[in-house]
Design a protein around this ligand. Structure first.
Ligand code: NI
Length: 418
């Protein structure tokens, strides 16, 4: 079944591409030349696009919960991150990728460090990734981060059969002084690379920016030339009408991370106003330390429900629209629009089959409603990325799940001194 209600489906993938979708068996020449998928009995959907993660933060899942963002970063996360090694990041990223694939995500946008190890994990696992070396201008690693961003771009942009693309990742206005951000803009111009940044996540961040610069973080970024470079902005929780107008003018794409924002008591982004203004919004989980899971289905469900509750309008972000944000619009947010996030002939074969055997799938009035409001990540049966089957009957084909669990548990405990 397809989300449009088409009741049985065969798909054919040739290399990385979808070349046939239909109820009937594909024509014989197609069957011989390519991979034929019998999706009958399943719901076939485009893979989710997770537009904002710090994948290796799986190491800190459940380490420090129920804190405010700045306290959590300064007293818990940053000290532990100082002890990270490339091998820690490699294994923790593989764990995150495995978790994402098993919950129906086929593309992720990551901002972290030891990004060569993140790229290796992405390449080996078959995942699609948009990678950025997180850069903090106030950190001792500020210079090194610029150099590493340049090499990440040169080494990995459009590599791994085209599955990996690279952006620049200045962490946030509050960790990157103006002079540093100007250098990031210059590097972006030199390489032709876009920018992934955290913006206006908390009220405190916005208040501090007004004190320091006399303007909002979004206005500050526009004045420094950052927004003009093609920007994926995570959060945008505390934005006013002028901020929204700037986001629209500069075609900034927003990564909405409702679970992370709620759990860190930051608030939530005015997504209906963003959509009304024509701003592209994708969904993200943020890292597994602030959110504790990388299941994009939960973000879809929350996005569909939260704004109904706060506006009192049940028509706001209907199920179909929430699903679009997690797929087609998320792909557009990452610069992959028209290529992934859609289940159609000509798109990349990033496809999920959901099993529909559970009690929660009946009766079958509306497949989109069932997927958004009722499905569980354990319904994810098989996943293809770029035409390669990376999950087969719930078993990861490219990742040794037991080995990854051992490594991440051992390394995560060691990093916090246990
Ligand atoms: Ni983040």
């Amino acid at each position: 079944m397809l989300p449009d209600g088409t009741s049985c489906v065969h798909m054919v993938f040739a290399g990385a591409d979808i070349v046939y979708i239909g109820e009937a068996l594909p024509p014989a020449p197609l069957q011989r030349a390519a991979q034929v998928v019998d999706g009958r009995g399943f719901l076939a959907a485009p893979g989710f696009v997770n537009t904002h993660t710090h994948a290796a933060m799986t190491l800190f899942r459940s380490y420090a919960d129920d804190m405010l963002l700045m306290d959590w970063l300064q007293t818990k996360i940053w000290p532990a991150e100082d002890r990270l090694t490339g091998a820690d990041v490699y294994w923790a990223t593989l764990a995150a990728i495995g978790e994402m694939i098993k919950s129906g995500t086929t593309t992720y946008a990551d901002m972290y460090f030891f990004m060569n190890d993140v790229a290796k994990a992405t390449d080996e696992s078959g995942m699609r990734g948009v990678l950025a070396r997180g850069m903090a201008g106030v950190a001792p690693t500020a210079e090194q981060a610029l150099l590493e961003s340049r090499s990440l771009y040169k080494d990995w942009h459009n590599q791994a059969e085209g599955r990996i693309t690279v952006m620049l990742g200045p962490h946030a206005p509050y960790t990157c002084p103006s002079e540093y951000l100007k250098r990031v803009v210059a590097l972006s111009e030199e390489l032709g690379a876009e920018i992934h940044i955290h913006l206006s996540e908390t009220k405190g961040e916005v208040d501090d920016c007004f004190k320091l610069h006399g303007k909002s973080p979004i206005r500050h970024m526009a004045d420094l030339g950052v927004l003009q470079r093609g920007v994926l902005a995570a959060h945008c929780v505390h934005v006013d009408e002028q901020d929204l107008a700037l986001l629209k003018t500069h075609q900034v794409r927003v990564a909405h991370n409702p679970q992370s924002n709620l759990k860190l008591a930051s608030g939530f982004a005015p997504v209906p106003a963003m959509l009304e203004a024509g701003i592209i919004v994708g969904l993200g989980t943020d890292g597994a330390a602030s959110n504790n899971n990388l299941d994009l289905l939960e973000e879809v469900r929350l996005t569909a429900m939260l704004h109904k509750a706060v506006t009192g309008n049940p028509q706001v972000i209907p199920a179909r629209r929430a699903l679009d944000l997690a797929t087609r619009d998320g792909a557009a947010a990452l610069g992959l629009g028209g290529k992934v996030g859609e289940l159609r002939v000509g798109a990349k074969a990033d496809v999920v089959l959901y099993e529909r055997q559970g009690l929660h799938w009946c009766p079958p009035h509306d497949p989109v409603s069932l997927l958004v409001y009722a499905a569980q990540n354990s319904d994810v049966h098989s996943v293809w990325i770029n035409g390669r089957r990376v999950l087969d009957n719930r078993v990861l084909t490219t990742i040794d799940e037991e080995k990854v669990k051992q490594e991440v548990s051992r390394r995560g405990l060691k990093l916090v001194g246990k």
